[in-house]
Design a protein around this ligand. Structure first.
Ligand code: PLP
Length: 391
């Protein structure tokens, strides 16, 4: 059996049509398959490799940490320098109230932890989430996922969860004294890059504060410069009670986090003690990699360049079959009439060496989310290939 057959036989499949490329090397914005064919990455691991693949400083940080130690003990018992240093660095770049970091294995686990924290702090169970939201695939995170097609087969899920449209007044009106938290993405990712109306997100926060409900922002895809600022929420002048990070947080290694004020976070230490337990959360190698990646991101001017690169894509990507382009920094959704045109276009792009895909709740939209290091020349080349691939 070749690797493709082994992949299909022994690696559990959840997609009826996996992209199925066999990549043997990745560096910068490029990947190479087993036959030596070169691809440009327009997915970035869904916003994981914002600084590009295989950054030498990240590789060195991983190697150095591996030489020191890997896993020592369940999260939170020993003082592990990579966690401490990274938590300090993150909180130095966040508003003062987001000063305590709980590192997890993944984004979904960060969602789980944040929901538990909100229940624990408020003593309430009602949770408000958005239609077309994605916060992870475990059962708690699935309960707040905004699509009945994916939820239904796994019911019963968590009770007391209510979904409303992103940017809707109905969501704001639903926040009451029974609400533990409202969870929203700062840019809704899988509906095909939908930005919040700034006034709406401010009103959500105000309503939460009035009723003692916690506001959770999911920046798992939107964070680390993707939208043109380090955190997307900076653009709305609203600070959440709990922030969720993941994806680029680990610099290519698995890592998530929920971040809150220490006063809130301390509620996980009593009644019960060990309110959230994780063996590998905050793995020292992941923290070392993530911190190195964040340093590289901040030392370069990629974030400042995001808006100009976004505008360039918007200027170049004009075609009669592209109905609209929604964008939030270097994160664009090209909307076609239907999923057939979109998928055909994506397949042709892949044949021409440009890897993209569609969005979970918007299969008629093509994803453009390259590493932020992409150059003007590369954008021009990619736009040409995309336009040529539209059928
Ligand atoms: N939240 C958002 C916005 C995401 O895009 C994702 C993953 O795609 C998650 C949460 C879940 O993260 P993970 O896949 O690391 O569990």
């Amino acid at each position: 059996m070749n690797n493709r057959q082994l992949f299909l036989s022994h690696v559990a499949q959840t997609s009826p049509a996996p992209i199925g490329l066999e990549i043997v090397k990745a560096a910068g914005i490029k990947m190479w398959d087993v036959n030596g064919k070169e691809y440009i990455d327009l997915i970035s691991g869904f916003s994981v490799c914002n600084i590009g693949h295989s950054n030498p400083k990240v590789i060195k940080a991983v190697k150095d940490q591996v030489d020191q130690y890997m896993h020592l003990i369940v999260y939170g018992e020993f003082i592990e320098t990579p966690q401490v240093a990274y938590a300090k660095m993150l909180t130095d770049h966040l508003p003062a109230s987001l000063n305590s970091v709980y590192f997890t294995n993944s984004g979904a686990e960060a969602t789980e932890g944040a929901m538990k924290l909100a229940k624990r702090v408020t003593g309430r169970s009602k949770i408000i989430a958005c239609n077309k939201a994605y916060h992870g695939s475990t059962q708690g995170a699935l309960s707040v996922m905004g699509d009945e097609y994916w939820r239904n087969a796994f019911r019963p899920l968590l009770p007391d969860i209510f979904h409303y449209d992103y940017n809707s007044d109905t969501l704001i009106n639903a926040v009451d004294d029974n609400t533990a938290c409202v969870i929203v993405e700062t840019v809704q990712a899988e509906s095909g890059v939908n930005k919040p109306i700034p006034e709406w997100i401010k009103c959500v926060q105000k309503k939460c504060a009035e009723h003692g409900a916690l506001l959770i922002f999911d920046e798992i895809q939107a964070g680390f410069g993707r939208t043109g600022s380090l955190w997307a929420f900076e653009q709305y002048d609203v600070v959440p009670d709990i922030l969720l990070l993941g994806k680029a947080l680990g610099g290519g290694m698995p890592l998530g986090a929920f971040i809150a004020d220490i006063q809130l976070m301390n509620s996980l230490t009593t009644n019960p003690v060990l309110g959230h337990i994780t063996t590998f959360g905050g793995h020292p190698v992941s923290c070392a990699a993530g911190m190195a990646a964040m340093k590289v991101l901040l030392q370069n001017n990629w974030i400042e360049e995001v808006k100009n690169k976004e505008q360039l894509f918007l200027r170049l990507l004009k075609h009669k079959k592209i109905n609209t382009v929604r964008s939030a920094g270097l994160w664009l959704a090209l909307e076609f009439d239907n999923l057939e045109i979109c998928h055909r276009t994506i397949n042709r792009c892949i044949e021409r060496g440009v890897v993209s895909d569609w969005f979970l709740f918007a299969p008629n939209c093509m994803r453009i989310a390259p590493p932020l290091i992409i150059t003007v020349e590369e954008i021009e080349k990619i736009a040409e290939i995309i336009l040529l691939s539209i059928d």
